[in-house]
Design a protein. Structure first.
Length: 428
């Protein structure tokens, strides 16, 4: 580890304190207790687009269920202490405050808020990045509750959208059997609380609002016009299973004969969450998946220096010098608007690369895109067991992908001309 010094005639400009931050896509301003988001591409302004709510959770580790005597609290950023910095590459607004909440279900039923829950919300804008990054930290001091982040959008939705392993699920904002579920023999109330893997979305023909998750797993469209996208940050409950829930009458899930306390599932203490928010003109699932991948993977770094074993002895786990110089390479590039790369790995014989690509939409992608290769290679289409179905091209540096059917998944084998099995093994 170390650093180098470089002399220059001008110093690097520090980030400037400011409660207004911006990049090429957005401007965020906090003034007089209000957060204002401006989409710089459309010039639209949105006042207080982000807030939170907290409600009772009298469910268990299997299912959320609202408290029988609930008290839903709207939590805003109006009273937060706000600082910010505008930088050339990264800018951020930091909100610090605390919310008054009931300590448990008994206090919630009595509408008494006696405990403080401190929080820190960081909103970040990076240069040339269409994602508003957020980091949210709370010191959870409350039992049996659910905390949600809510995006106030201009979309009056009838359908919610979220990703699945290889596609998109569109679901109604209200279950059609919400009123007659008992009469038709359902054992529990249907819900519009929906799962997500990486993102939740609401859109119309004018705009698209998306929440990008890094661990958050459920959401719901709420409000009189279903114009608010509510994402569960966390929920704390104290039992493995509970019988006779408001949404699920009858026996408890799990062990039906007794209550099993699970105090750790109250999630007391410090909780940290992060993710992203983005506004777009159109709903493009493949682009959203690429943003999630960028958000989740981050940067890869490693050392190339040699350690002096006299001044820096490695007493327990000495590391031999790598006999092969590591060189950054980009052997395969997919140029496509509508397809998603789900995995990249070596072929089982170490002779090439496996690239799995899929179409997440429900329409055929006629102009699928191209593979751009660093060196000439053979292209094969493989099955999911990585067995060759057919050879598609040999000794090429570009390959045009044929049309993808709705939801289609393909695995390609890319075998560079200069990589032999022996030389590949030596470099590993």
């Amino acid at each position: 580890m170390g650093f180098t010094l470089e002399e220059a005639s001008q110093c690097v400009t520090d980030r400037q304190p400011s409660t207004t931050i911006s990049n090429a896509y957005y401007t965020l301003t906090f003034d007089k207790g209000q957060l204002v988001l401006v989409d710089r591409r459309t010039k639209q302004s949105f006042v207080n687009p982000i807030h939170f709510d907290d409600g009772g959770d009298e469910g268990d580790t299997y299912d959320y269920s609202p408290a029988f005597q609930d008290w839903l609290l709207d939590l805003t950023l109006a009273e937060a202490e706000v600082t910010g910095q505008q930088g050339k590459l990264v800018s951020e607004l930091v909100f610090r405050g605390q919310w008054q909440l009931p300590s448990d279900l008994a206090q919630r039923a009595a509408k008494k808020a006696s405990v403080e829950m401190p929080y820190v919300l960081v909103l970040k804008l990076a240069a040339d990045d269409p994602v508003i990054h957020f980091e949210f930290t709370v010191e959870n001091t409350v039992c049996d509750h659910r905390l949600r982040l809510i995006l106030k959008t201009p979309v009056q939705a009838q359908t919610s959208f979220a990703d699945t392993p290889f596609g998109i699920a569109a679901r109604p904002v209200i279950d059609p059997h919400l009123k007659d579920w008992r009469a038709i023999g359902y054992h529990e109330e249907p819900t519009a609380l929906r799962p997500l893997i990486h993102f939740a979305n609401t859109h119309d023909d004018k705009t698209s609002w998306t929440f990008l998750g890094l661990g958050e797993k459920e959401f719901q469209l709420i409000g009189d016009q279903f114009d608010q996208l509510a994402v569960t940050m966390f929920r704390g409950v104290g039992y493995l299973g509970r019988p006779d829930l408001k949404r699920r009458p009858g026996d408890a899930s799990g062990l039906q004969t007794k209550y099993v306390p699970t105090p750790d599932s109250q999630l007391l203490g410090t909780r940290q969450m992060q993710g992203g928010i983005c506004l777009d003109a159109d709903f493009v699932p493949a682009e959203l998946q690429r943003r999630v991948q960028s958000l989740a993977i981050g940067s890869l770094g490693y050392q190339t220096q040699t350690l002096d074993r006299f001044t820096t002895p490695l007493q327990y786990f000495p590391i031999n010098t790598n006999q092969t110089n590591l060189v950054h390479q980009s052997p395969v590039q997919l140029v496509s608007r509508d397809l998603v790369v789900s995995s990249v790995s070596e072929t089982p014989d170490h002779a090439g690369y496996l690239v799995r690509v899929y179409n997440p939409t429900d329409v055929t992608v006629a102009t699928a895109g191209d593979f751009i290769l660093e060196v000439a290679a053979s292209i094969r289409q493989l099955n999911l067991n990585h067995e060759t179905k057919q050879t598609l091209a040999t000794d090429v540096t570009t390959f045009k992908l044929p049309a993808f059917k709705p939801g289609e998944i393909r695995t390609y084998g890319i075998y560079p001309r200069h990589i032999s099995l022996a030389s590949k093994k030596e470099s590993l």
